[in-house]
Design a protein. Structure first.
Length: 420
């Protein structure tokens, strides 16, 4: 009998036959979902031989929801996701000229899914534009509810925009708007609470996974009171809540200022010998260079919303592109999580059984890890990697590989299942 997943005392309670809602997605979404769900079911069957299975429940969002209900994001969908705790989705159309700014952002904000979790790893055989993509093995914790994605913007020419400009000039003494007569405005909120809950989860993940470092990526040299504060609040939380587990660059700098570089070097060596995690920071533009030149120096990344958007896709390109980039949006305090394709709807390829379903398939593997069905995730990873190594791939990889066999979306799923 199918049952709901529950979140009790900070832990998921997952029955053997959990109900998991899914949104198939728009554009290429139906093709991708049909392929992916067969892989999921095959991996579950292989792992548990019928003792466990997923009861899939379709819920609506995006174009399909609008066509059926007249609503891009029906209230019933939010209710189902809230009640069932864990869900998975394909890519969704963003309404143009009407409705909400972004369905994906709306889902994250409705359920306060404050962490966008994007692991980035290389699968052998995947074509890559860099020489050593296997050196990339990072876990991105992107703050998901603040920064410019809060959507606080004011269009030039509107009366409230002009009112805000007058307030900034007359009450706040702001004189740095270069062209005030024609400027639109945006507000970028970054809070202590939003920073701390994200950084806390990044450090917990590093501890649990025995990883060497957590890097706070920011643009605090320019945005000192938002991104700079993110860095400072992140360091303060690390030192306050994880003193037995971490050593921070902020500590190093304080020691160096007070006692000299030699003392700071000794302290860092002691940290290394004690096996503590290094919490460090880097400016975002420098980091985007170093993911190409020194990727092996980075492990867990904690960053703000916009930085995380850029960084996640740049890293995905290194290891094969967003076609196989998984993603999850999680509230670790309530347990709610939505696993999702990280690419767009690609409407020109819709209903052609053509595109790579890897992003949803790997997002499903993340979902199975999240609910504790690790055996299933391992089957998916193994099946996918064996298939790619055999050079049986969809068009996006086929055009970049020598002597590869071109497969349709459904055929790629068949190949993965045969390798599970």
């Amino acid at each position: 009998m199918a049952e709901r997943i529950h979140f009790i005392d900070g832990k998921l309670r997952v029955p053997d036959n959990p109900v998991i809602p899914y949104i198939e997605g728009d554009g290429t979404g139906p093709d991708i979902w049909r392929a992916s769900v067969r892989v999921f079911d095959a991996a579950v069957k292989k792992s548990y031989n019928g003792r466990k299975r997923i009861a899939w429940k379709e819920i609506l969002a995006g174009q399909k929801a609008f066509n059926k209900t007249g609503n891009w994001l029906p209230g019933e969908t939010i209710t189902d996701l809230r009640e069932h705790i864990v869900g998975i989705k394909g890519p969704l159309t963003t309404p143009v000229g009407e409705g909400m700014r972004s369905l994906n952002v709306a889902l994250r904000q409705e359920l306060d899914l404050y962490t966008c979790f994007r692991p980035v790893r290389y699968f052998k055989g995947v074509p890559s534009p860099v020489k050593n993509p296997e050196k990339v093995n990072m876990f991105i914790f992107r703050e998901n509810t603040e920064d410019i994605y809060a959507g606080i913007e004011f269009m030039h020419g509107e009366s409230r925009t002009e009112k805000l400009k007058r307030f900034l000039a007359d009450e706040m003494g702001i004189t740095k708007i270069r062209f005030p007569e024609t400027s639109s405005l945006g507000i970028k909120p970054v809070s202590v609470e939003g920073t701390e809950r994200l950084v806390r989860q990044a450090i917990k993940f590093a501890i649990n996974m025995h990883l060497p470092s957590v890097t706070l990526v920011h643009k605090g040299n320019i945005m000192k009171f938002t991104e700079g504060a993110f860095m400072k609040w992140g360091y303060a939380l690390a030192e306050r809540e994880f003193a037995d587990y971490v050593f921070t660059w902020a500590q190093y700098r304080r020691i160096a200022e007070k006692e000299g570089d030699d003392a700071a070097d000794r302290a860092q060596k002691m940290q290394e010998s004690a096996g503590k995690i290094l919490v460090k920071d880097i400016i975002a533009d420098a980091f985007l260079q170093q993911i190409l030149t020194r990727p092996s120096e980075y492990s867990v990344i904690a960053t703000l919303n916009l930085n995380g958007d850029y960084i996640s896709d740049a890293l995905a390109a290194i290891v094969g592109g967003v076609g196989i980039a998984p993603g999850a949006n999680i509230n670790f305090e309530s347990g709610h999580a939505i696993f999702e394709a990280t690419h767009g709807t690609a409407p020109k390829h819709a209903d052609q059984n053509k595109v790579n379903p890897g992003s949803v398939i790997l997002s499903g593997a993340l979902m199975f890890e999240y609910i504790g069905w690790n055996e299933v995730a391992k089957q998916i990873y193994t099946g996918l990697e064996k298939t790619i190594l055999s050079k049986r791939v969809t068009y996006d990889f086929h055009r970049l590989m020598d002597d590869a066999i071109l497969l349709r979306t459904s055929e790629f799923a068949d190949a993965i299942i045969s390798n599970i």
